[in-house]
Write a protein that binds this ligand. Structure first.
Ligand SMILES: [Zn+2]
Length: 318
């Protein structure tokens, strides 16, 4: 059984988290942001499960670990975007279970001390009118389905291009949206980078969909963030996470750009990491972790069987 399981699970699994929040924040949140939240209680259950079932290692150790071919199963824990709650809520849990993690930070959020999609979320919940390019994004407070659709549209508009994002940010300022307290600051990032269990990676400068940019723009987004992180934190940054990370967001061109200056880069292709990924270290797959993932469900998903069937037995999915 152990041998067969290795065929679809692989040698390692990489998990993706975003925000770790209290129950009230979770229950008030609108999708798509809500899908990127887990409550503190659920997070602790998941981390306890992971630390028992897997050997949780750092991203620096992954390359060596998958070469080994031994019987051990490895896991890497990752956090995207740069939210303050990861410091207050996630870090103490990681420390209690001695679990290392990497935090992929978006540098424009820290330069601006604002995180526009959280501001959009709060504004839409309050029923504010957001006017972008003469188009009004507004919905009656209380209609959750409509609010979620509008939030999704605003996030896509702000992720498609630098101009689109500038317009969304201006519109949010015009409607009086206050900066979100959840946006990580450089001081927070410095604190995080000093934690022995925490590593820092890049998540580009503005969190735009790289595949929609010219190659030069995509390279600038990736390497400006590396440069800003290295300047502010005074340490080398060797790991990257592509924003969104699906097949439509980052592909072969982005993998080649990442390989110019990073040791690893992670996507959101849902699968395990196999021995063969040694030659695909800039196209590493990851599993998102959600609130509904009890240890039982998480264990089933990380077994990789579902992904193995979906990808028709291909172990490396590009
Ligand atoms: Zn992200």
């Amino acid at each position: 059984m152990a041998g067969l399981k290795r065929v679809y699970m692989g040698s390692a699994v990489i998990l993706t988290y975003h925000m770790v929040v209290d129950r009230e924040t979770y229950s008030r949140a609108l999708n798509p942001l809500r899908r990127s939240m887990v409550t503190l209680e659920r997070f602790e259950e998941q981390i306890r499960f992971l630390s028992r079932r897997f050997r949780v290692i750092s991203m620096d150790e992954l390359g060596e670990a998958i070469k080994g071919g031994g019987s051990e199963s490895y896991a890497v824990v990752t956090f995207d975007d740069g939210y303050r709650s990861t410091i207050n809520n996630a870090l103490p849990v990681l420390a209690r279970h001695s679990v290392p993690a990497i935090f992929y930070l978006t540098t424009s959020f820290m330069d601006e001390e604002r995180l526009w999609w959280l501001e959009a979320h709060d504004a839409i919940r309050k029923g504010a009118r957001i006017s972008v390019k003469g188009r009004d994004f507004r919905c009656p407070a209380g209609d959750a389905e409509q609010m979620e659709r509008v939030l999704h549209e605003v996030i896509m508009l702000g992720s498609a291009s630098a101009e689109g994002q500038e317009e969304v940010k201006n519109a949010l300022r015009d409607c009086g949206a206050p900066p979100s307290a959840e946006a990580m600051r450089w001081d927070d990032a410095r604190l995080l980078s000093g934690e022995p269990l925490a590593a820092i990676g890049g998540h580009t400068h503005r969190h735009l969909i790289l595949a929609g940019l010219s190659e030069g723009e995509a390279r600038a987004e990736v390497y400006l963030s590396k440069q800003r992180l290295e300047e502010e934190l005074d340490m080398p940054v060797r790991h990257l996470a592509y924003p969104f990370g699906g097949a439509a967001h980052a592909g072969k061109r982005e993998f080649a750009v990442a390989a110019e200056g990073f040791d690893t880069a992670v996507t959101m292709r849902r699968a395990g990491v196999h021995y063969e990924h040694q030659r695909q270290m800039h196209a590493l797959p990851r599993y998102p972790v959600m609130q509904r993932d009890t240890p039982l469900l998480l264990g089933a998903r990380l077994s990789g069987l579902e992904a193995f069937i979906k990808h028709r037995g291909r172990r490396v999915v590009i």
